[in-house]
Design a protein around this ligand. Sequence first.
Ligand SMILES: [Fe+2]
Ligand SMILES: [Fe+2]
Length: 268
Amino acid sequence: MPRIVITSDVHLGITSLPRVQKLVKDIAAQKPDAVAIAGDIGEGVENISIVLEEFASLNIPVAACAGNHDVWNIDKKHPSEVLWERTLPEIARTTGTVWLEDEILIVHGVAIVGTIGWYDYSAQDPAYKASDEENWRRKGEFDADAWMCDWPWNDIEFCRMIEPGFRERLKQAQDNPDVGRIIVVSHSPIFEGQIRRKPNNKKWGFSNAYYGNLNFGKIVAEFEKVTHAYAGHTHAGMEGKMDIKGHPVNVVTLNSQYDDPVYIVIEV
Ligand SMILES: [Fe+2]
Ligand SMILES: [Fe+2]
């Protein structure tokens, strides 16, 4: 039974380097077989590289997906499109990190399958459901991605673009006879149980559009080897259970905060 650590929303640049180093030291003390980082690694390419180098010092397999902050064009010299397509996978390669948008990590029969899991407005509170057009137009009221992420795709287009690869990686894990279980790691929450709801709070309910992708959860639910799903992004710790093809699945959103990233240890 491998021991796997999941962490998320490290945010080096907002979080201090000593705090990140403490996180890595604490994780090392857990003696895991592998680590997965559910995105929002750092603010800007230098910080992202430093975080992945710190994790590489653990000398165990490390897998990561991007978060929305990781594709921000912070210095106006790193367009989001280039970060997404070339720079982030390259940083992963040079630090020996498994880039979950491109590949899966298998550790002792457990597959870690991941994606940035960008939001497609499907997590918006049904009581305040708006059109795709309105959600796109009003994003800046709720989320800095509206001006920090400058790639050419709108949210729906981007989700459509990454969905086939995510499905393919899940299928690859499901079809692999050496894989007994699948752990899903996404930056955005993808299951209802990972999303914090505040009934009768219009601002919150509307803004949930930018904090989840339930359609990706529906895709995951097609794969019966999935036993755990972890997300970050909202910094609003949640823990729930759901049923996939008759067996229980733990669904969690990590409770990482700025300057206080957390981790979870599981044995599966
Ligand atoms: Fe975050
Ligand atoms: Fe995020």
